[in-house]
Design a protein. Structure first.
Length: 299
């Protein structure tokens, strides 16, 4: 029976890492040889620097030498790649040699970093038992395309229903134009329901975890808006979103000793009353309640 040991990598992974390490070592040896050859060339250029001739002993055979002269020592032919060469002086050739040595050092540093990375990938999983053994339970997250599709359809219908309710509520708010106290309270109730529905739609929209769901919500919103536009007459009544009523005469007799706690905030020359609900007081919260509920409490 073949049992997977925790201190060993899978065969394919281990083989690929070893092959990459071998290529890395070959590249390191190649660039190291080039560095040595450029260093030797740099030493030779220092000898011939600023000279046109140089006296040497030229070897003849294995054991004999004779005096000789090297001419044109200040002319150096430099390869620039793709089979092209050009002549420069010894000083310029020495500068070119310095630049190429710097590039070789950078290449060797990159090769060393690559080697460290490959060695870590080869050795660290062994020490930490990253692959584990067969007795360990794998973490699997199943994905069912059909269930995902059905959930998306349900989500679309839910958002559509809430938007339709919100559209109907807006139409009711536009139709309620009475000036009596009963009409005013009814109007405030409708505004409060509209606020709650908008919060519910925002909550449903926040449950989507991907951009695809946002695209579906946009298409639903366009459909609902088209349905609303079809119900509105050609010449709609001009209305503002913020609705206020002149209730100052009714609020003059309100005492500050109300059983509900109030925070007074000075704004210019007037005093604004911010109501806090009983539930917020019990939970030690300072967040004000809805402006529509505040008006109901005052009444």
């Amino acid at each position: 029976m073949n049992v997977h040991q925790p201190d060993k990598l899978p065969f394919e992974v281990q083989r690929n890492l070893l092959e990459a390490l071998m290529k890395n070592r070959k590249s390191f040896d190649y660039w190291s040889e080039r560095k040595n050859s450029y260093e030797e060339l740099k030493k030779s250029l220092k000898i011939y620097l600023g000279k046109l001739r140089h006296q040497i002993y030229a070897p003849i055979g294995k054991r004999a030498f004779m005096k000789g002269t090297v001419v044109h020592t200040n002319d150096v032919t430099v390869a620039v790649g793709d089979g092209y060469f050009f002549k420069v002086s010894s000083a310029s050739a020495s500068e070119i040699c310095e630049r190429r040595l710097k590039e070789i050092d950078e290449m060797l540093d990159k090769i060393k970093k690559e080697r460290e990375l490959l060695e870590n990938n080869l050795n660290v999983p062994k020490k930490l038992e990253a692959f584990g053994n067969e007795e360990r339970q794998e973490i699997i997250e199943p994905y069912d395309e059909e269930s995902e599709k059905s959930w998306r359809e349900k989500h679309k219908e839910s958002v559509r229903a809430h938007k339709q309710k919100l559209a109907e509520l807006r139409n009711k708010i536009k139709e309620s134009k009475g000036n009596t106290e009963e009409d005013i309270m009814k109007h405030l109730d409708l505004l409060e329901m509209q606020e709650e529905l908008e919060e519910e739609i925002d909550r449903l929209g926040g449950e989507s975890d991907s951009d695809d769901y946002d695209d579906d919500d946009d298409s639903i919103e366009e459909d609902v808006e088209n349905e609303i536009q079809s119900d509105i007459p050609d010449k709609p009544v001009k209305t503002e979103r913020r609705v206020t009523f002149d209730l100052s005469d009714r609020f003059q007799d309100i005492s500050l000793d109300n059983k509900d706690s109030k925070n007074l905030t000075a704004i210019g020359d007037s005093i604004e009353e911010t109501l806090i609900s009983k539930r917020a007081i019990e939970q030690k919260e300072t967040r004000p309640i809805s402006k529509f509920r505040a008006r109901k409490l005052k009444n």
